[in-house]
Design a protein around this ligand. Structure first.
Ligand code: ATP
Length: 452
């Protein structure tokens, strides 16, 4: 690339006064990392230099071309190249004009020029290496956030999800993600954001179920000082925080009815007013929602607004539970163990005989999150070079503990379990009977008798 210059940091000086030019060349060449060449006119520079230098210094008053014209030519030939103008003119307006046109620095010719130029070039180098570092980090970030790198697994269901995520990343359409807890809904939302043209904007996540209902409105839309008791200062809401990026609303089914209409209005009008405020804030936010509920059922039951449902549904992505994508289970288990060993600098661990069978026999109510913690614990418990079945411990889920603590009769437990399955499988009685390994007639009878 730099064959006509050299492989070091290349500096071209364009200066018609040979004595002054040589002085600058000598001074800069004291740095062994620099390769400095001198040209006495713009014409000589363009004739001799074909490769892009790292920095150019130009004399403002050359005989063959004015400083501003030369600057324009250099900026258009080498976009982004640092150009330092050296001039005997100390007029501020000239300096400002040249800086506006793309000069990196403007130095006055006097007894301090050598030192000022030395420092200006050090700054340019610092800037160049910072830009390279940013580029490298951006590249790394991009690789880190590719779908394959974020979401591990080789099941056909996950591959199909990648196809939908690709479509979502390419367009600004709203996205709604459904799936049981721990299936990776937030990860999918983040991956879409990081692969969309909003990747440099913020990704803001808010879980509706985690916020007391009386605070949801102010969390989402912000508030002005004094707008309600306890509002001691202005608060910027999550919508405003996410401006220019993506807002991920988890557990959208929990959104209080009173706020649903305000959310609909904000989405339709793409602007909001903070609670207690009158200023209108324009929004440019991509919305991704998630829920483990069946929102269509919520609409039918009257607890979720139909118009809001159609507004947010956009591109639907369903993440199947982990137990229904068994080919991901062992793949993910291995991935989490490898990750854990790398992070804690432990030698790699194999999955020993019997581990895969044990992993595949379990039903993962907590999905990938549960598998992850189970495998991390297995890696901690393991004493040798492999994980044994006894290292894989499935902790009873909080849900089942809670359920047992209720101390119901067996009949009541049966009813609860059947009701849960009917809700989950949209009242598909044959499927529920098959899942629970009971006769369909048992279910029909309970329904008939009003027990369910
Ligand atoms: N395919 C996957 N590959 C790697 N890690 C995953 C995958 N799916 C989920 N995880 C991990 O599982 C955990 C749970 O994921 P996440 O929080 O995205 O799930 P969720 O569906 O949003 O859960 P919840 O409904 O409880 O909010 C996270 O640690 C996430 O990194």
């Amino acid at each position: 690339m730099k064959s006509d210059l050299c492989s070091k940091f290349t500096i071209c000086i364009i200066e018609d006064d040979p004595w002054y030019g040589q002085l600058l060349q000598y001074q800069l060449s004291l740095n062994p990392d620099y390769c400095v060449s001198l040209y006495t006119s713009g014409q000589e520079f363009f004739e001799k230099v074909t490769a892009r230098p790292d920095v150019i210094t130009i004399d403002f008053s050359l005989p063959d071309i004015s400083g501003d014209k030369l600057l324009k030519k250099l900026v258009s030939k080498y976009p982004g190249l640092p150009v330092i103008v050296i001039s005997s003119q100390s007029k501020i307006v000239t300096a400002v004009e040249l800086l506006k046109q793309g000069a990196t620095d403007y130095l006055i010719k006097d007894e301090n020029t050598k030192e000022l130029l030395w420092n200006a070039i050090l700054r340019v180098r610092e800037n160049v290496s910072l830009k390279q570092e940013v580029k490298r980090l951006e590249q790394q970030l991009h690789e880190k956030y590719t779908f394959n790198n974020l979401l591990k697994g080789n099941s056909p269901a996950l591959q199909a999800t990648f196809g939908l995520m690709e479509k979502a990343a390419q367009t600004p359409v709203n996205v709604s993600i459904t799936g049981e807890t721990g299936t990776g809904k937030e990860l999918v939302a983040k991956a879409i954001h990081m692969n969309s043209d909003r990747q440099k904007g913020p990704f803001v996540a808010m879980n509706m179920a985690a916020i007391p209902s009386e605070l949801v409105e102010s969390e989402l839309f912000g508030h002005e000082k004094g707008s309600f008791t306890g509002a001691q200062g202005r608060k910027i809401g999550r919508f405003e925080e996410a401006n220019g990026g993506t807002l991920f609303l988890d557990e959208i089914g929990e959104l209080p009815a009173a706020i649903q209409s305000k959310l609909l209005r904000v989405l339709q009008e793409r602007e909001l007013q903070r609670v207690g405020g009158s200023e209108t804030i324009k929004l440019n936010v991509r919305l991704i929602t998630a829920t483990h509920k069946n929102l269509a059922d919520e609409v039918r039951a009257g607890s979720f607004r139909e118009d809001l449902y159609y507004r947010i549904i956009g591109l639907p992505i369903n993440l199947p539970p982990l137990r229904d994508r068994s080919s991901d289970i062992v793949f993910l288990a291995k991935h989490f163990v490898d990750d854990f060993c790398r992070e804690y600098r432990k030698p790699p661990l194999l999955l020993g005989p019997g581990v895969c069978d044990k992993l595949l026999a379990y039903d993962y109510p907590g999905n990938v999150r549960e598998l992850k913690t189970t495998m991390e614990l297995a890696a901690v418990l393991s004493n040798g070079t492999e994980i044994k079945p006894s290292d894989v411990v499935f902790t009873p889920s909080a849900r089942s503990n809670e359920l047992l603590a209720e101390e119901k009769t067996l009949r009541e437990y049966t009813r609860t379990i059947i009701r849960h399955h009917l809700n989950k499988y949209q009242n598909n009685v044959p499927l529920v009977a098959q899942k629970l390994d009971i006769g369909r007639s048992t279910i029909y009878k309970m329904v008939q008798e009003g027990e369910i």
